[in-house]
Design a protein around this ligand. Structure first.
Ligand SMILES: Nc1ncnc2c1ncn2[C@@H]1O[C@H](COP(=O)(O)OP(=O)(O)OP(=O)(O)O)[C@@H](O)[C@H]1O
Length: 382
């Protein structure tokens, strides 16, 4: 009971107050000022000027549309053909994620029926009826039939003739795609500040984007984009690949909004030289009716898939983040005191003297009064 009341009275009737000790010591003084200088440089240079700690920020809201132009000519199996934008861009609407065809395998005039493909069987029991073959376009009929001289193979019911995608055209059929142009329209807004911008400022219609010579031109040459992504067009066009176009809006709205312009970052992802399964392809079919029979032309399309992403932040002066940054900056100044105290109280020769000057226990009210009257004590190095 007695100890409990002692603890209680210690807790209730004790008060500690920080004590100032003025230390005249060259080394500690220099260290102190250097740390303060470092903190000041950090706050002004990094926090205020580089990170712009005096600004509030808003993120970008945007929309993107794309239009391709260019013509390619192919003469496959003596079939001359012109390919325009409606033929080689998927989907056609000009959205921010699309594919430009660079190569293809065409299987013309397919209709539903029975046909065969390379393979070997001896009897019908080797061809399990209804089984679908991986990578084939049909199911087994259950019959083992002759297909090349004396060779036999399982018969397939499906879209015949079957696609043969073993040989991919090389050089790519739409090598001309290297000179296609891509027009990117990107409108953005920073809703918090009511600022709207577009990457399409009045431009010379025959311009081509170049990072250094024409960074505001919204028209990109496909070959240049592939090069900027780090790929070789001739190689990537064979099996396809994926490229991300990043449009970055980093705007300081303390200046006029006309200074708020985008920069473009191009990244190559699935290309010939990257990752273990390079390339990009998909299939689609064009259906028609001939002699009252439904037929289709199957296309296996190899192309470059583009994904356009828009990122951005805008900053503008605001008193609240300014005050918060100043407050936290003043707080960081305390680091200098903590470090110099460590030096003084643990590493200096006269650390015990400094300790006794810094920490003083006041046993009763009378002594506490004496300290107050005495004011600041000084520790001077002899
Ligand atoms: N991929 C591109 N390469 C070069 N110029 C382009 C491309 N896409 C559009 N342009 C040009 O940019 C301008 C603006 O295009 P926009 O689509 O707004 O107008 P448009 O008259 O409908 O274009 P167009 O009828 O020529 O497709 C037009 O002069 C257009 O010809």
């Amino acid at each position: 009971m007695g100890r409990l009341s002692d603890c209680f009275s210690e807790f209730m009737f004790e008060y500690d107050t920080p004590r100032m000790v003025l230390v005249r010591h060259k080394k500690v003084g220099i260290v102190y000022r250097l740390i303060q200088l470092g903190v000041l440089a950090y706050i002004i240079g990094w926090v205020f000027m580089y990170e712009k700690g005096y600004q509030s920020v808003d993120s970008v809201v945007s929309t993107v549309s794309v239009k391709m132009k260019g013509i390619a000519y192919t003469n496959e199996k003596n079939n001359s053909r012109i390919w325009d934008v409606a033929d080689y861009v998927f989907p056609h609407q000009g959205v921010g994620s699309f594919v430009v065809m660079t190569n293809y395998i065409e299987t013309a005039g397919q209709k539903q029926g029975n046909c065969t493909k390379d393979g070997v069987c001896k009897s019908d029991s080797d061809c399990e009826k209804g089984k679908s073959m991986e990578g084939e376009n049909g199911i087994l009929t259950g019959k083992c039939v002759e297909y090349k001289d004396t060779l036999k193979t399982c018969e397939i019911f499906g879209w015949c003739p079957l696609e043969d995608d073993y040989h991919i055209p090389d050089p790519p059929l739409l090598m001309a795609a290297e000179n296609f142009t891509m027009f990117i329209k990107n409108a953005i807004t920073f809703p918090r500040y009511g600022v709207s911008r577009s990457n399409v400022v009045p431009f010379n219609k025959s311009c081509i984007y170049h990072k250094d010579t024409d960074p505001l031109c919204p028209i990109f040459r496909l070959g240049d984009l592939v090069t900027m992504a780090g790929f070789d067009f001739r190689k990537i066009a064979v099996k396809g690949g994926m490229i991300v176009i990043g449009i970055i809006w980093d705007c300081d709205l303390d200046w006029s909004a006309s200074h708020c312009n985008p920069t473009f970052n191009i990244h190559g992802l699935y290309g010939v030289d990257s990752l273990s399964t390079p390339g990009y392809n998909f299939r689609f079919a064009k259906y028609f009716v001939e002699d009252r029979t439904e037929k289709r032309t199957l296309m296996k399309v190899f192309g470059i898939r583009f994904d356009i992403i828009v990122l951005g932040m805008a900053g503008k002066f605001d008193i609240i983040p300014t005050m918060t940054t100043i407050g936290s900056g003043v707080g960081i100044f305390g680091v200098a005191t903590v470090l110099c105290d460590l030096l003084l109280l643990h590493f200096m020769q006269r650390r015990n003297v400094y300790k006794s000057l810094k920490f003083k226990s006041a046993e009763d009210e009378g002594e506490a009064q004496m300290i107050t009257v005495g004011g600041r004590e000084k520790a001077t190095r002899e």
